[in-house]
Design a protein around this ligand. Structure first.
Ligand code: UTP
Length: 303
């Protein structure tokens, strides 16, 4: 029988090295990088809360992580803001600390995504749970996490978010093999028969990439235990999920919405442009600035 209890807990792994965004991520965790004025971690938490999650476990590099400080009350700052007639800003900061039930666990070494998820296991009990990678921003009126939780509720099993990607990006993603004759329309869920982490284009079973969102059933724990570390010593969640396929209990959702890989310099730039354009205060000046850039050789950077 599939486990179809309501998904109420989520894990956000935030303990990676963020090497693609160095030197910005030397001291600052990638999850604190701002996109259109908000750190990546905010987008992650907002999506989960809007999807009905009420308990979130953040996996951080150490307990002094800035991610953790960001969600703690800062009474001195709040009262300074109030004394400067910035009560609304003070209230916004206060709200941060009680958005949702947040817990923090450490991953002492960056031994891969599956290892990061295992660090949260003692807080998850035997329930199915959600995993959200905060460097992938998803934007949609019906949040992608909620779309996936609905697939789990109706079909059971574990679920990953999938989308067709360009050939040049295949070797940067987990790639899935799906059952023949399955639907490809946005919103369709398909059975997955295999996964490969970052294959070469020639070896890839499809061009369907996995995008940073997972509903995982408790069977994942045994699969992770059976998964060997890769050449870099990291235990990949993709490899563990591949073991679940043989039991016919892994689905891929062709998710609806826009996505940004904000852990990559160009994806980060795109996220900033698009999400700034969604801000009513920034939209007009941004559009004017972008059109000036396009129509002139004005960008001389001080030369
Ligand atoms: P990435 O694959 O993007 O790795 O991790 P990374 O280290 O963060 O970044 P690059 O590739 O070196 O630039 C996806 C998510 O999994 C977390 C990361 O923090 C990120 O949110 N992660 C990854 C961990 O928490 N621990 C790990 O050991 C690896």
């Amino acid at each position: 029988m599939p486990d179809r209890a309501k998904i109420s807990k989520a894990v956000i792994p935030a303990a990676g090295l963020g090497t693609r965004m160095l030197p910005a991520t030397k001291v600052l965790p990638k999850e604190m990088l701002p996109v259109a004025g908000k750190p990546l971690i905010h987008y992650a938490i907002e999506e989960l809360v809007a999807s009905g999650i009420d308990s979130i476990i953040l996996v951080v590099r150490n307990q002094k992580s800035l991610v953790q400080s960001h969600f703690e009350r800062d009474l001195a700052l709040e009262s300074s803001l109030e004394s400067r007639n910035l009560a609304a800003a003070a209230e916004e900061l206060r709200r941060l600390s009680d958005i949702v039930n947040l817990q923090f666990v450490e991953q002492h070494q960056p031994l891969g995504l599956a290892n990061a998820v295992c660090c949260a296991r003692p807080l998850l009990g035997g329930e199915s749970f959600f995993v959200l990678l905060p460097d992938v921003i998803m934007v949609n009126a019906d949040p992608v996490a909620r779309q996936m939780i609905q697939v789990h509720a109706s079909r059971g099993g574990s679920v990953v978010a999938i989308r067709e990607i360009e050939a040049k990006d295949v070797d940067r993603h987990g790639i899935v093999e799906v059952e023949h004759t399955t639907a490809t329309a946005s919103g369709a869920a398909v059975r997955i028969t295999g996964l490969v982490e970052k294959p070469s284009l020639g070896a890839a079973p499809s061009r369907l990439g996995v995008f940073g969102r997972y509903v995982l059933e408790p069977a994942i724990w045994e699969a992770i235990e059976q998964t060997a570390p890769d050449a870099r010593g990291e235990i990949q969640l993709t490899d563990a999920l591949n073991l679940l396929c043989s039991k016919n209990c892994l689905f891929g959702l062709h998710f609806q919405g826009d996505h940004y890989d904000a852990g990559d310099p160009f994806g980060y730039f795109r996220a900033n442009v698009d999400l700034s354009l969604c801000d009513p205060h920034l939209r007009q000046p941004c559009l004017e600035y972008l059109s000036r850039l396009q129509t002139s050789d004005a960008l001389t950077l001080g030369k």
